[in-house]
Design a protein around this ligand. Structure first.
Ligand SMILES: CC(C)(COP(=O)(O)OP(=O)(O)OC[C@H]1O[C@@H](n2cnc3c(N)ncnc32)[C@H](O)[C@@H]1OP(=O)(O)O)[C@@H](O)C(=O)NCCC(=O)NCCS
Length: 130
């Protein structure tokens, strides 16, 4: 079961609390119902069982019910599991930039909400890869 705790305000954040994970969905300041999804996490003992994919789709469904039109996120270029999830769910990979603190490469991603069909059953790379 997933519960959603929502407090409204500038940069208001919804916390998605799943049975075995969580994520934050923060309304992008200056927009109405465009969300930046961050800290997506499945507890280590439950990873690799499809929960990350399931929770991801649940969160997209939830913000769609709120009337969202766009979601953004940032993913580490080396994060194979999360990149697979994003590719299969219609995200665009917009821009690579450095994480100076960790000396790693991050990717800014976005996804239209409400119009892009899920690609959960399809294999292969996203056509929108950078
Ligand atoms: C990223 C994360 C949420 C994925 O959750 P998960 O429950 O393991 O994801 P799933 O089981 O749905 O797997 C998604 C895909 O990644 C693959 N995968 C999972 N773990 C993997 C790993 N360690 N290496 C390579 N591929 C992996 C799965 O096989 C699956 O691909 P498939 O559909 O082709 O089989 C989880 O690993 C996590 O919490 N990581 C730490 C926090 C993090 O990196 N969050 C992302 C912030 S942007």
């Amino acid at each position: 079961m997933t519960t959603y705790n929502w407090s409204r305000g500038i940069g208001s954040t919804i916390t998605a609390v799943h049975d075995h994970g969580l994520a934050y969905m923060t309304e992008i300041p200056g927009t109405a119902f465009c969300y930046h999804i961050s800290h997506s996490n499945v507890v280590p003992t439950h990873r690799g069982k499809g929960l990350g994919s399931l929770y991801h789709r649940e969160r997209l469904d939830h913000i769609e019910t709120l009337g969202a039109t766009l979601a953004t996120c940032v993913v580490n270029k080396n994060n194979v599991a999360e990149i697979k999830i994003l590719q299969r769910n219609g995200w665009k990979f917009l821009h690579e930039f450095p994480d100076k603190e960790r000396e790693e490469t991050l990717i800014l991603c976005c996804r239209d909400i409400g119009e892009v069909p899920y690609k959960a059953d399809q294999q292969g790379e996203s056509e929108n890869d950078i």
